[in-house]
Ligand binder design. Structure first.
Ligand code: FES
Length: 92
């Protein structure tokens, strides 16, 4: 059985969050930053960044991201803040 990632970012690209393409841009930027800083962790399956159509936290076109396994939800988060969460997750 495959282990779940230590941390997973679920970026909403539903109709509200991706209004004007902001959810898709956030997913792309976060994926690139994670790959740049934590490429080995992504390849090992410890870190993941996926897209979802709606997280049921729609908020006026502001892209939402759910962090798993904590379940915390962030509105239009700062990329550096997300990278800090990865460092914390890897530190255990
Ligand atoms: S469309 Fe993103 S939370 Fe609903």
């Amino acid at each position: 059985m495959t282990e779940p990632p230590l941390i997973r970012f679920v970026v909403c690209v539903g109709d509200v969050c991706d209004r004007e393409g902001r959810g898709s841009v956030l997913h792309e930027r976060l994926s690139e930053a994670l790959d740049f800083d934590f490429g080995k962790g992504i390849a090992a399956g410890e870190i993941a960044c996926v897209r979802r159509s709606c997280l049921r936290h729609c908020s006026r076109g502001i892209p939402m991201v759910r962090i798993e396994p904590s379940g915390d939800v962030h509105a239009d988060p700062d990329i550096e803040q997300m990278l800090d969460l990865v460092v914390e997750a890897l530190a255990g």
